[in-house]
Design a binder for this molecule. Structure first.
Ligand code: GLA
Length: 457
């Protein structure tokens, strides 16, 4: 049940990864871990860049996760180490306020986002000291949500170390908000699925209020993840927040054009709700009210009756202050269209028609085209990879996660999986030595995995 605290008092002995983590922990801190916690990454099957607009998304957890070994102590510090030597150790005093440096998105700041979330939610004046070693198998900057998995794992670790108990739903909500400390205006999909996932099923995640519903995927196909090998770190570039801002402005422009009080509305879903319109009607409204040419600041200020100072403080975020032009028509078209595709995808999974696999594949292909052409969150490498995947036997293929690099997800009929993997390997990975070197962790079949949990060895 989604409302229970995420505790799994399972035995995990015999697991090589866990043994390595334990050995490293003991060498480093001279004691054994008291407990472990993990939080999975995710792959989003459909519903890209619409969670922060208030619309439902359809992800599933993957097997790759962030696993942390923890001991609680009276040192008055939180000590963090990572199994990956690229990521340096970090120690912070429990007496100091936790400060997260947005301009320097180091791995440990993601961890501290999770710590801060629990501290604030539970009103903990003085956090327990703890020693942690983190081990991640989610490839970083690949669109599989390694950063949110780290935030969620840290939240869970901090909850357990401070002997608090929160439900998965509450954990998901606060971990979604706290990732904003690092400057990213994310929408909550990644943290929600990391906590609410259940093995064997994808989930429809709805927001306000947060809710996760099982979505049974068809038996006739599997999902394959492939990394285009172009890294994209959402927090160290402004692409993501620019889209959040464009959607926010589009909301206000639509509301204003229909005589609503635009100052109260921030999300495209809120404009739809206020207007009592269907998604199809919203798509028509976008065509009627917004023009495809980029909007200037002056034009927006004039339409919304605000000063350029109000524009900057109320609508922009720290890393989007430089923006001069905004594509509102294209972004709103993508969001309303993609929100409709998520519902269609869920309806096909529920009704299981004979042609399910083809119908779902078509929706994934439409989603990729919309991400590429309207939302402009793809990149040449991802487009090339998606086209290779389709030529290699996938019925549907699309970028997954924030985009601008990272992974594609493809739906492949069961009987074609082997030939698909071989063909993609040959066409995309082997010709490039850098890609070939990381092919094993870049191209793999994935099944819906379980959600975050605490466990003892
Ligand atoms: C990132 C964010 C999510 C979501 C996706 C795009 O993963 O963290 O909230 O917006 O991008 O769908």
């Amino acid at each position: 049940m989604a409302t229970n605290p995420p505790k799994l008092k399972t035995k995990m002995t015999g697991n090589e990864r866990l043994q390595n983590l334990k050995n490293t922990f003991e060498k480093k801190y001279g004691e054994s871990p008291l407990f472990y916690a993990y939080a999975p990454g995710r792959v989003n099957l459909i519903g890209e860049h619409i969670d922060y607009c208030g619309y439902s998304v359809l992800p599933m957890a993957i097997e790759q996760n962030i696993l942390t070994a923890v001991s609680v102590n009276s040192s008055g510090t939180i000590q963090l180490a990572n199994m990956n030597p690229q990521f340096k150790d970090f120690t912070v005093s429990c007496l100091e306020d936790i400060v997260i440096d947005r301009d320097n998105p180091q791995w440990y700041y993601y961890f501290l986002c999770g710590v801060k979330a629990i501290q604030e939610k539970c009103g903990i004046a003085r956090l327990s000291g703890m020693s942690c070693v983190v081990d991640g198998t989610v490839p970083p900057s690949s669109g599989l949500s390694s950063s949110s998995a780290l935030v969620c794992c840290a939240g869970l670790v901090t909850m357990e170390a401070n002997q608090k108990s929160l439900s998965k739903l509450v954990l998901a909500e606060i971990c979604a908000k706290c990732e904003n400390y690092i400057g990213l205006e994310g929408g909550g999909m990644d943290q929600s699925i990391s906590f609410l996932a259940e093995e064997g099923t994808a989930k429809l995640i709805e927001f306000q209020p947060l809710k996760a519903t099982d979505v049974k995927l068809p038996d006739g196909a599997v999902f394959v993840i492939s990394n285009c090998c172009k890294e994209m770190n959402k927090a160290s570039s402004s692409h993501y927040n620019i889209r959040v801002v464009e959607c926010r402005i589009a909301t206000k422009m639509l509301a204003q054009a229909r005589g609503l009080d635009s100052s109260k509305l921030l999300k495209l879903s809120e404009a739809q709700k206020e207007l009592g319109a269907s998604l199809e009607e919203m798509l028509a409204l976008v065509d009627e009210v917004l023009h495809p040419e980029p909007y200037t600041r002056e034009e927006i200020c004039k339409a919304l009756h605000i000063t350029s100072e109000q524009f900057a403080t109320q609508l922009l975020s720290a890393n989007t202050l430089h923006m001069t032009h905004f594509k509102l028509h294209q972004r709103a078209k993508h969001v309303y269209g993609e929100a409709a595709r998520v519902l269609q995808f869920k309806a096909v999974c529920d009704s299981e028609p004979a042609e399910s696999v083809q119908l779902l594949g078509d929706l994934m292909n439409q989603s990729h085209a919309s991400c590429r052409d309207l939302f402009e969150c793809s990149c040449p490498e991802l487009d090339q990879l998606v086209s290779i995947c389709l030529k290699s036997g996938a019925v549907g293929s699309r970028l997954t996660g924030a985009g601008w690099g990272g992974c594609a997800v493809s739906m492949v009929p069961n009987e074609k999986v082997e030939s698909f993997l071989n063909a993609v390997r040959e066409a995309y990975y082997l010709p490039d030595p850098r890609r070939a070197a990381i092919e094993k962790q870049s191209l793999f079949v994935t099944k819906p995995g379980g959600g975050a949990a605490v466990f003892l060895e």
